[in-house]
Design a protein around this ligand. Structure first.
Ligand code: MG
Ligand code: MG
Length: 280
């Protein structure tokens, strides 16, 4: 299932170009956070994202995926990933995951966040727990990456983080194992697959300059999913709500650079005691 080929790394020059793409994705998501509110449709968010990316010299790379015409995936409540923007009107208390990608100068970024429409005041407490636990598991997975380490340490760290959160929060979380993270670079989706969950194997050895997208998906119930008749939208089989967080990351000899985080990952990595190694 998972490739055994040696990983390849990018040059510093290539990583700086990937940072341009990643930063545009990060800034697009930051802009969208301010636009998520009751009464807005997911298609309106999509249009804002497309305008933002194109006006900053990028291409919405989701539109390069065969059969997909939008800039974002917008997944609401029991939708896990790959929700298609449309005329759905967001309601206070909805759990919304926004996934976005952009290509700049031939290099790609890919990232996602989950939030509650109307903010914490409108949220069910368990939804806030889920969102925070999933975000924390993303950073735990990222912090497990180091040159010479093994790629599948990412999934081990995600699951350990979620187990600790489940204990603390008093919820049973489901970690989705039907969709994976991926390498990223000249294309958005590249080898290798990166499990966001624990697997038996240890995976290939991480090399200097490796770039990948880590993207844990976690639910308040089952880890089983199905795809709706639109052939895209992935939902939980028990209708439990889901969260999805993603960043594109560069692994460097000296540490990590979170290419799609506006601050490069400085705050999160320092908080976790993981080495922060930007090139800018
Ligand atoms: Mg994505
Ligand atoms: Mg991705």
């Amino acid at each position: 299932m998972f490739g055994r080929n040696r990983l390849t790394g990018r040059t510093d020059e290539q990583l700086r170009l990937m940072r341009e793409a990643g930063l545009l994705v990060g800034r697009t998501l930051e802009m969208l956070r301010g636009e998520v509110r009751e009464g807005v449709t997911t298609l309106q968010l999509d249009a804002l994202a497309e305008d933002f990316i194109r006006s900053h010299g990028g291409i919405p790379n989701f539109q390069l995926v065969p059969g997909y015409r939008h800039t974002l995936c917008t997944s609401v409540n029991e939708e896990v990933v790959h929700g298609i923007p449309g005329d759905r009107v967001l309601k206070a208390g909805d759990v919304l995951s926004v996934d976005c990608g952009a290509e700049v100068k031939g290099w790609n970024g890919d990232a996602a966040f989950t939030t509650v429409v109307g903010g914490a005041a409108a949220a069910r407490p368990e939804d806030l727990h889920l969102i925070d636990a999933t975000e924390a598991s993303l950073y735990a997975g990222i912090a497990a990456m180091r040159v010479g380490g093994r790629l599948y340490a990412v999934g081990d760290a995600v699951e350990a983080s979620i187990e600790a959160a489940a204990e603390r929060d008093g919820h049973t979380y489901g970690v989705i194992d039907e969709y994976v993270g991926h390498g990223i670079g000249p294309q958005m989706h590249m080898d290798p697959q990166i499990p966001n969950y624990a697997v038996r194997e240890s995976g290939p050895k991480l090399v200097d300059g490796f770039t990948g997208a880590i993207e844990p998906m976690v639910t308040l119930g089952t880890s089983d999913t199905r795809v709706l008749d639109d052939d895209w939208t992935v939902v939980t089989t028990d209708a439990s709500r889901a969260a999805h967080w993603e960043h594109s990351v560069a692994v460097r000899q000296d540490g990590l650079w979170i290419l799609t985080a506006v601050d490069g990952g400085k705050e999160a990595l320092e908080r976790l005691g993981a080495p922060y190694a930007p090139l800018d």
